[in-house]
Design a protein around this ligand. Structure first.
Ligand code: GRF
Length: 215
């Protein structure tokens, strides 16, 4: 893969602050965002992409009777951009197994917890309820198991005694914005791959929590 020509497609559903971090990083990095796709026509992230003259497309899941039909339409649309990497950035639809298989090894997700802790939603409240002293973010390869693919990298934040879930979310989000562009640049440089359900960086299999980044 040419380092300067890694084409990525970003899938969003909401605010798009991670998308914005990727847009900002891409200016000086080794990847280029070909398109931003949202299942939600009202996603604020669409405006962010449009402001930066990035092509945006909505594939509204409500327009499809079956989940498989939505997945297929999305897959065909993504394929039309021929991306090297598909980036889920706050994409809130669960993708079916044939979709995931099609993109296996070239699709990543960011999740606001220290996986394998707290897959799914409400991660910040769950960390508070559990009395965790630290919390964080994980970037992982997407596999058929929800939020269960091999972790590529994590960064951590402390949990403070008076934190609300929103406080914690904001602290984690700051780390997300640093971590995601970093991982994408590793992929774009050809340093990262998925092999036998393990994440490899520079040909070395990563440990279960991936690379521990301290940004
Ligand atoms: C982030 O917390 C991300 O980890 C999770 O959804 C949120 C998306 O936020 N998957 P944004 O749309 O990037 O601002």
């Amino acid at each position: 893969m040419e380092a300067t020509h890694c084409r990525v497609v970003v899938l969003i559903s909401g605010t798009g602050s991670n998308l914005q971090a990727l847009i900002d990083a891409s200016v000086h990095s080794n990847f280029k965002i070909s398109a931003v796709i949202s299942n939600n026509p009202d996603a604020k992230g669409l405006d962010k992409a449009a402001r930066d003259n990035i092509e945006t497309v909505v594939v509204n899941h409500r327009d499809f009777d079956e989940r498989e039909e939505f997945d297929l339409a999305l897959r065909k649309l993504i394929d039309s951009y021929d991306p090297d990497l598909v980036i889920l950035a706050g994409f809130m639809r669960i993708l079916g197994s044939s979709f995931v298989k099609h993109f296996l090894g070239r699709i990543v997700n960011i999740h606001p917890s220290l996986l394998p802790k707290y897959p799914g939603i409400n991660t910040h409240q769950r960390a508070l309820d559990a009395g965790d002293k630290e919390h964080g973010v994980s970037v992982h390869f997407v596999t058929e198991e929800l939020d269960g693919g091999p972790v590529i990298a994590q960064d951590r934040v402390p949990v403070l005694s008076d934190d609300t879930a929103d406080d914690l979310a904001a602290r984690v989000l700051d780390k997300e914005h640093l971590l995601y562009p970093k991982v994408v640049s590793w992929y774009a440089a050809g340093r990262l791959r998925l092999e036998n359900n393990a994440a490899l960086l520079d040909d070395e299999a990563l440990p279960p929590g991936g690379v521990q980044v301290h940004a």
